[in-house]
Design a protein around this ligand. Structure first.
Ligand SMILES: Cc1cc2nc3c(=O)[nH]c(=O)nc-3n(C[C@H](O)[C@H](O)[C@H](O)COP(=O)(O)O)c2cc1C
Length: 324
């Protein structure tokens, strides 16, 4: 049976076009989570803009919108707008680690304040049309911060919790704390999804043995570093020739879309360089490709360099069994 896999939200990376393209070329994600929308009572986010944004989504994709909020009324307002638009599940971001978010007690900035989390849930849960999922880190500063929050989450009817076992202080560095995850996930009384550092099937195989009974896995950077990952996890393999063809199709769908949509050359190249930060890691010699691409400031030169990479570059053999 196919594994339950959720695409992680990545602000400015996993936009609707990325989701549509990944779904078209590779498929394999059971659900995709959209990057956070700020849900405050005084937010100027317009319903028409949300409708327009989400209307471009391929209807075969099950998308979960995510809200960043420390404000029960703002959360409820936008969650119910999204529910009216047809979304059956909404996610609350309790993980964003960036100081401009955390210092306002949003994202993982709420983790040292379990009473506030409880208060928000008490106000939100009775009036929420959709089901609620939670995406959480271990803490703002210390992993132990999550412990009292587990008891709070267990009091509510929460659909599932996605745990990224790092503190906010770690940002995305170091390794995810799988040992701590293993200790705490059985304490939750709702389905649990593991998130963090999954870049190939071998990582999932290790976890399958270790984390008995979890619902599934959320994958973010791995979908860029190794876009074959969903297929590998589901035991669908490709020859080297098929892989480079799929990768090129995937790449050019993104490239051509962003080229048409981005107003300035600088903006377009910036966007593509952000993508290549991850894509380069798919290739042997990827570091040298990235180094070269980063120095290019003209689109035709950039495009020639990319086509050379795709013509002669070797994709890494992220084999379905090897431990990388
Ligand atoms: C560029 C970037 C943007 C991100 N944006 C969001 C976001 O909007 N909401 C969220 O919950 N997590 C966000 N994350 C965190 C990811 O969803 C995920 O939890 C994290 O990258 C760890 O998973 P991974 O190792 O599979 O990438 C972001 C991460 C990155 C690298």
């Amino acid at each position: 049976m196919a594994k339950f896999l959720q695409l992680a939200p990545m602000q400015a990376m996993t936009d609707i076009h990325f989701m549509n393209t990944y779904h078209k070329i590779f498929g394999g994600f059971t659900e995709m989570m959209a990057p956070y929308l700020m849900a405050a009572s005084n937010s100027r986010m317009k319903v028409q803009n949300l409708q327009k944004y989400f209307s471009e989504l391929n209807s075969e994709i099950t998308l979960i919108p995510q809200l960043l909020s420390n404000d029960a009324q703002g959360f409820l307002h936008y969650a119910n707008v999204l529910h009216d638009m047809g979304f059956q599940k909404v996610n609350w971001n309790l993980g964003c680690p960036f100081p401009y978010v955390t210092k306002k007690q949003r994202g993982s900035g709420l983790l040292p304040f379990p009473d506030r989390i409880e208060d928000i849930l008490e106000q939100v849960m009775p009036h929420l049309g959709s089901s609620l999922s939670i995406k959480i880190r271990l803490g703002l500063h210390h992993p132990d911060e999550i412990l009292p929050i587990i008891d709070i989450l267990n009091k509510f009817d929460i659909e599932e919790t996605i745990i990224h076992p790092r503190t906010a202080a770690q940002k995305y560095e170091g390794t995810a704390n799988k040992g701590f995850f293993k200790e705490i996930y059985p304490k939750f009384n709702m389905p649990i999804i593991y998130n963090g550092d999954i870049i190939n099937k071998a990582k999932v195989d290790e976890m399958e043995a270790d984390f008995d009974g979890i619902k599934g896995y959320m994958i973010g950077r791995g979908a860029f570093i190794n876009p074959f990952i969903t297929n590998q996890i589901n035991n669908i393999s490709h020859s080297d020739e098929e892989k480079i063809k799929l990768f090129s199709d995937f790449y050019y769908e993104l490239h051509n879309y962003y080229k048409a949509k981005t107003i300035t050359d600088h903006g377009f190249l910036g966007r593509m360089k952000d993508l290549w930060f991850y894509f380069a890691q798919s290739f042997e010699k990827g570091d040298s490709y990235l180094f070269a691409l980063k120095t290019i400031n003209e689109i035709p030169i950039f495009e020639t360099a990319v086509s050379n990479i795709l013509a002669s570059g070797k994709l890494k053999r992220t084999s379905i069994v090897s431990k990388e």
